[in-house]
Design a protein around this ligand. Structure first.
Ligand SMILES: Nc1nc2c(ncn2[C@@H]2O[C@H](COP(=O)(O)OP(=O)(O)OP(=O)(O)O)[C@@H](O)[C@H]2O)c(=O)[nH]1
Length: 295
């Protein structure tokens, strides 16, 4: 067999002297390790092409470097080492390196009262980059929750008061009669509207962090809101959920402020960009609020 030299187009000189900001691959299937579990991730990997004379980068070198994440726990340090490897294998071509990992974090969550539990799925995106020799890592999570409109609750209470006046106008309001009335449909003649809502939170992590605080971020947001959506639910859990909603009436502005204050209290968070969306049942459109800090 004749031995052939394979043409290497990437090594050719580019006909136009034009550096590029990002060159790489999107949507690479990659198993990653987080919290001792293997997760199915999608990776985007790229570098800058600073040398405008070079035709292309070396895609295979980025692809093969990603293999390191298959067997190592996903940490800020592991991401930093991966990006350093991207740059080492593109010496003279690139000064910036990027990786984005998308995966779902599955957490088993207990019921509010009964001894039951079930899984919740939280979409996560990790963005890490080395630019100007500085390493940055950001963690994005989507968190569903329930929100009950405080205005609607006040309007419903007013209607309940009016109904009470109508029903008890001609009789003394003895405690047994009132108790019975409260347990009837007349006692809740109007109900406030509530909706499934979503918080999308992107935090910049301190780059010295030893572990990725995915669960810690989710816990902080859910605890600030007080109305996380549930998994396995018996009637006792549903009643506790109704109480939690009644005690945490929220406009989208309230939800955004609650999360803002919770994130400000996280020592490992050096900046954030958050967005809440209430998929209104009053309207066919959503109510949305955003807040940022050091972003
Ligand atoms: N740069 C670049 N490569 C591409 C693109 N699409 C496909 N490839 C292919 O990606 C493959 C891997 O590129 P390299 O990493 O440079 O491969 P290689 O030259 O065999 O590897 P090295 O010896 O490490 O440079 C090549 O066969 C390219 O043709 C593209 O849009 N840009």
């Amino acid at each position: 067999m004749t031995s052939l030299t394979l043409p290497d187009i990437a090594a050719q000189t580019s006909p136009t002297l034009q550096p590029l900001d990002w060159v790489g691959m999107r949507g690479i299937a990659l198993p990653v390790q987080l919290g001792g579990r293997t997760l199915s991730a999608w990776a985007d990997a790229g570098v800058s092409l600073d040398d405008g004379e070079s035709r292309g980068i070396h895609m295979s070198r980025l692809y093969l470097a990603l293999e390191a994440l298959e067997h190592t726990e996903l940490t800020p340090l592991a991401l930093r080492q991966l990006l350093a490897h991207f740059l080492d294998t593109h010496d003279g071509l690139s000064s910036s390196a990027y990786v984005r990992l998308k995966f779902d974090c599955m957490l088993k969550r207990p019921a509010l009262i009964s001894p039951l539990e079930g899984w919740k799925r939280y979409p996560v995106i990790l963005d890490a980059r080395i630019e100007n020799e500085m390493f940055h890592v950001e963690q994005y999570v989507e968190i569903p929750y329930s929100s009950t409109c405080p205005c609607s609750a006040a309007l419903a209470r007013q209607l309940i008061q009016q109904q009470f006046l109508n029903d008890f106008a001609n009789q003394p309001a003895d405690i047994q009669a009132v108790l019975q009335w409260l347990g009837s449909t007349a006692g809740i003649v109007a109900t406030p509207h509530s909706q499934r809502s979503q918080a999308a939170v992107r935090v910049r992590l301190q780059d010295t962090l030893q572990t990725l605080p995915v669960e810690a971020l989710i816990d902080a947001v859910e605890s600030a809101l007080g109305t996380a959506v549930q998994t396995a639910v018996k009637r006792a859990d549903e009643q506790a959920f109704a109480l939690a909603n009644g005690q945490n009436l929220m406009f989208c502005e309230d939800a955004a402020r609650r999360i803002h204050h919770a994130l400000r209290g996280l020592a490992w968070c050096s900046g954030f960009d958050l967005r809440v969306e209430h998929a209104e049942s009053l309207h066919a459109h959503d109510a949305v609020a955003e807040s940022r800090w050091q972003w």
